[in-house]
Each structure stands twice: as structure tokens, then as C-alpha cells.
Design a protein around this ligand. Structure first.
Ligand SMILES: Nc1ncnc2c1ncn2[C@@H]1O[C@H](COP(=O)(O)OP(=O)(O)OP(=O)(O)O)[C@@H](O)[C@H]1O
Ligand SMILES: [Mg+2]
Length: 380
């Protein structure tokens, strides 16, 4: 990109879900022409940009889609990287780079990367199948993770006792020491082609005890300054050693004895950065666009403390979605509801999120609890 920002390019996004939707929302401000590829004709992006229906893992589909774009990015990691590599050879810009996507697609290669790069992470062993996991009884209590294609906690199980080994995944994966963490935190970091790097302030995630999904999130994280600094440094070290261009979310554990361990990374906008739309000078979505277009990175400072609640489909409800309590929460100052445009709800499906902002931290927590209790996604 030259000093005068050109607009005669097409930006392709692999994936047309809510992250793509919010990327488009931000891209409208830069007048970016988007093209989207997603297998679901009713995906959240389908009505918002030039939309192509097709499989993200299919070589020919990704090649054909990419051929009509100038810059290609992702909003989900499970894409055909062989095609992306070929598109790079043809002169297309692909950010994050295909080799980074590939490394992150497999939790096994992620862990090896942390170990080889001296990035602190939970101790682990690689496993090939269920029988292999069972051979590691002495490693328990542990977390058994599928190498590939796990998301939203679906490829993760806690194995505390030998009895639970019967549930082990029967596919290549890893066993990781169960960390009795104090907190889960995340740092979102961005890097452009010039090598400029900027981080967002640390956020704190609170997880749903059963579903392994983020239940709500708080920014700023309540942490000693030294731990926040350590998390920030780790995020910078990772993006620099990968030489990655784009946005990278770094999920970390803070242990009870004050250590920071990397859990996993995601090379795209992330659930833990939704609140930046309302709470920070630059949102994670705008920052991702700035990074991949090689523009100066934006100021990430927090303008106001924020919290984020995922709006999940209510258990026991399946069908056309309705939003109970919308008006009650809309009355509260600082509450911003984001709906993802999914027509059908089912239990725990991510249907939207709500950002809550308030300068007073106690009031922020109160309002967040009110939103959690009041706004429900039910089937009509
Ligand atoms: N070693 C560990 N010790 C303790 N808890 C863990 C460990 N690894 C994962 N968890 C818990 O399980 C959750 C999900 O794990 P992970 O982030 O690896 O899976 P995922 O399916 O890729 O997640 P998501 O898509 O929700 O980010 C973590 O956020 C954490 O709460
Ligand atoms: Mg995770």
C-alpha cells in the first residue's frame, strides 16, 4: 500500500460469520470493497458484501475465490492453506500468512512452537490416539486436547482420574497439565508489514463452568502491573517471532503463584476483543484492517472500562430466534447489543454479544450481571 491509500482493491475474507461481519462493519469507514466466502448461504455476512457460497477447506474453491481478490484474510483458521500458499505465489497478499495459519491450526504445532521459542506454556506430551493417552496415567490430572478442529471448548476435556481416561479422544492431540489458574486473560496484538507492533490492554475472561465458553469478560483486567506487563511482552514476542501480519489474540493463564502461561493463540479478531468497539480508541476490527493494509496501527488505549457478555442460545430452545428482555437492557446507559443476524437459535449457539461500558467498575459489574440475567435468546 502506498502513502496515498488506494481503494481499487478487493479484500476477501475466508469465513462469513460474526467476526467477518464486524470486520465489514469497520471496513465501511475505510470504504473497503469486500468479498466473502462461507459454506452457509445464510451466514451472518451473506447480505452485507459480495458473497460466495463454498467450502473454505476445498482447494479449488479457495483458489477461485482468491483469484478475484487482491488481499485475502481469514475470520476462522480452518481453511485450505495449500491454496493460500499458491495465491501468495501468484502475487496475492494473504494475511495472516499461510504458514502462520497452518502452525495455529494444530494445537500440537502451537505447543511445539512455544517450547522451541521459550514461550512459557503448560507442560505437555503429544498423543496419537486414545490408547496413547491411556498410557499417560502418571501425567494426570491433565487436559486432553484434539490437535485439530476443536473450538469453543469442543476439542478439550479435563481428565482428572484414571477412570476418566476411558473418555480420551481417539485422534492426534496432546495432554497438558491441568493448570489451577487464578485467572484467564488475553492480550490482542497487531503487526503490520513494516513490523510496527501494538497491543491492546489486557482483558480478563470469566468462563462458563460447564460449556467452556467465555461467560463474560472484563477490561481492564484486575492484575498487578508486573503481570500485565509480562502478558504484554509475551504477546509481542509471539507475533514478532512469527513475523505475522494481522491481528493475533493470545489467551493466557495467570497461575496462583503469579506466572503467565500461554494457552493458545488465534490469528484473527477474537471474542476477547469485542468490547474494543465501544471501549477503546481503535477497535480490534479496525486494527486488523490497518495491519493487513500496512497502514499505521491505531491507538489501542481504553477510553472507558468495558465488559462483554456473549449472547448464547438458551438451553431448551431451538428455532427462530427471539430476544427476550431487549428493551429492558436497552434502557440501561452504556449497554450496546450486537446481534449476529443468525435466524435460528439452538442451545449455547453464539447469537450475539453485549458490551457494557461504565467508568465505575462496581457499577459496570452490576450492569453486566443485569444484562446476563435479563437478555435471553429464546425460540419463538
Ligand atoms: N491446561 C489447562 N488447564 C486448565 N484449564 C484449561 C487448560 N487448557 C484449557 N483449559 C480450559 O479450557 C478452555 C478451552 O481450552 P482451549 O482454549 O484450549 O480450547 P478451544 O476449544 O480452542 O477454546 P475457544 O475456542 O473457546 O478459545 C480454556 O479457556 C480453559 O478454561
Ligand atoms: Mg481458547
Amino acid at each position: 500500500m502506498s502513502l496515498s491509500f488506494q481503494q481499487n482493491f478487493k479484500l476477501g475474507i475466508l469465513g462469513g460469520g460474526q467476526l467477518g461481519r464486524m470486520l465489514i462493519q469497520s471496513g465501511i469507514d475505510f470504504n473497503i470493497p469486500f468479498a466473502i466466502l462461507d459454506p452457509d448461504p445464510q451466514a451472518p455476512c451473506s447480505a452485507l458484501a459480495a458473497f460466495h457460497t463454498g467450502k473454505l477447506t476445498d482447494f479449488d474453491t479457495v483458489m477461485k475465490f482468491g483469484a478475484a481478490c487482491d488481499i485475502i484474510t481469514i475470520e476462522i483458521e480452518n481453511v485450505n492453506t495449500v491454496a493460500l500458499r499458491e495465491l501468495v505465489k501468484q502475487g496475492k497478499k494473504v494475511f495472516p500468512q499461510p504458514d502462520v495459519i497452518e502452525l495455529i491450526q494444530d494445537k500440537r504445532t502451537q505447543k511445539i512452537f512455544y517450547r522451541d521459542s521459550g514461550i512459557p506454556t503448560a507442560e505437555f506430551v503429544l498423543t496419537e490416539n486414545a490408547a496413547d493417552v491411556r498410557r499417560h496415567a502418571s501425567f494426570l490430572p491433565a487436559v486432553n486436547k484434539l490437535g485439530r478442529e476443536g473450538y469453543d471448548g469442543r476439542g478439550v476435556q479435563i481428565l482428572r482420574s484414571e477412570k476418566e481416561l476411558a473418555n480420551a479422544f481417539d485422534a492426534p492431540g496432546l495432554l497438558e497439565k491441568l493448570i489451577d489458574f487464578e485467572k484467564e486473560i488475553s492480550v490482542i496484538v497487531a503487526r503490520n508489514e513494516h513490523g510496527e507492533v501494538k497491543t491492546f490492554p489486557v482483558v480478563e475472561m470469566v468462563f462458563h463452568p460447564v460449556q467452556n465458553l467465555v461467560e463474560y469478560l472484563f477490561a481492564p483486567a484486575e492484575l498487578p502491573e508486573a503481570i500485565a506487563k509480562e502478558a504484554d511482552t509475551i504477546a509481542r514476542t509471539i507475533i514478532d517471532s512469527l513475523k505475522m501480519v494481522g491481528l493475533l489474540a493470545v489467551e493466557m493463564f495467570v497461575t496462583k503463584d503469579g506466572k503467565v502461561l500461554v494457552n493458545e493463540i488465534a490469528p484473527r479478531p477474537h471474542n476477547s476483543g469485542h468490547q474494543t468497539i465501544e471501549a477503546n480508541i481503535t477497535s480490534q476490527y479496525e486494527q486488523h484492517l490497518r495491519a493487513i493494509l500496512n497502514l499505521p496501527l491505531g491507538d489501542t488505549s481504553m477510553v472507558i472500562p468495558g465488559a462483554m457478555v456473549n449472547l448464547l442460545g438458551e438451553p431448551g430452545h431451538e428455532g427462530v430466534a427471539r430476544y427476550q428482555g431487549f428493551e429492558e437492557v436497552a434502557k440501561v446507559s452504556g449497554v450496546h447489543v450486537h446481534l449476529y443476524g443468525k435466524r435460528f437459535t439452538k442451545p449455547f449457539r453464539k447469537m450475539g454479544h453485549v458490551t457494557i461500558v461504565d467508568n465505575d467498575l462496581a457499577r459496570l459489574r452490576e450492569k453486566t450481571m443485569f444484562v446476563k440475567e435479563t437478555l435471553k435468546v429464546i425460540a419463538s
